[in-house]
Design a protein around this ligand. Structure first.
Ligand code: RTP
Ligand code: MG
Length: 161
């Protein structure tokens, strides 16, 4: 069944310019991109996103890391997207991750591990809506709404030029 999940390409992978390669891997693994944003998380956005870890010893370091530079947040769709993304990402600690995984190839250590992926379908829903409004998730949905409401439709390419 097709599922949606959320990935974040973390500040380390944006800083070292491996985000293009990571996105290409996801496309090659047949994830569809529903929406994508390049942004810098505020402290409160990062704290809210990782609230489940607020009592962990690594929480403050994690927030500092996640706000240290821009990230790319991306809503993805695929068959079994949640578990397959986790498989493609590899273990949290890149040193323990399977050799072919994104974290093994692009991560540095247990904190700077290049990529986030939702860990359950329920969290995926919550995390996608943390960053994206419904109308941002997929151009086909937008077009359908525009046509139904008989609002002015975006011109096609020929009409625009
Ligand atoms: P994520 O949520 O980012 O996909 O990572 P994950 O499920 O594999 O791991 P999780 O336990 O949820 O940890 C969230 C992120 O916190 C940082 N971390 N640092 N210093 C440490 O011991 C430590 N442990 C975790 C990592 O950036 C990890 O991905
Ligand atoms: Mg996690």
């Amino acid at each position: 069944m097709k599922e949606r999940t959320l990935t974040i390409i973390k500040p380390d992978a944006v800083r070292n310019k491996s985000f293009g390669s990571i996105l290409q891997i996801l496309l090659d693994k047949e994830f569809d991109v529903l929406s994508l944003k390049y942004l810098k998380l505020s402290k409160s956005e990062a704290e809210g996103f990782y609230a489940v870890h607020k009592d962990k010893g690594f929480f403050q370091d994690l927030i500092k890391f996640m706000t240290s530079g821009p990230v790319i947040v991306c809503a993805l769709e695929r068959e079994n997207a949640v578990s397959y993304l986790r498989e493609v990402m590899g273990a949290t600690d890149p040193k323990k991750a399977e050799k072919s995984t994104i974290r093994a190839n692009y991560g540095t250590d247990i904190q700077c591990n290049a990529i986030h992926g939702s860990d359950s379908l329920e969290n995926a829903q919550k995390e996608i809506h943390y960053f994206f409004a419904d109308y941002e998730l997929g151009s086909s949905q937008c077009e359908e709404k525009v046509v139904k409401n008989e609002v002015v439709r975006p011109p096609n390419r020929e009409e625009r030029f």
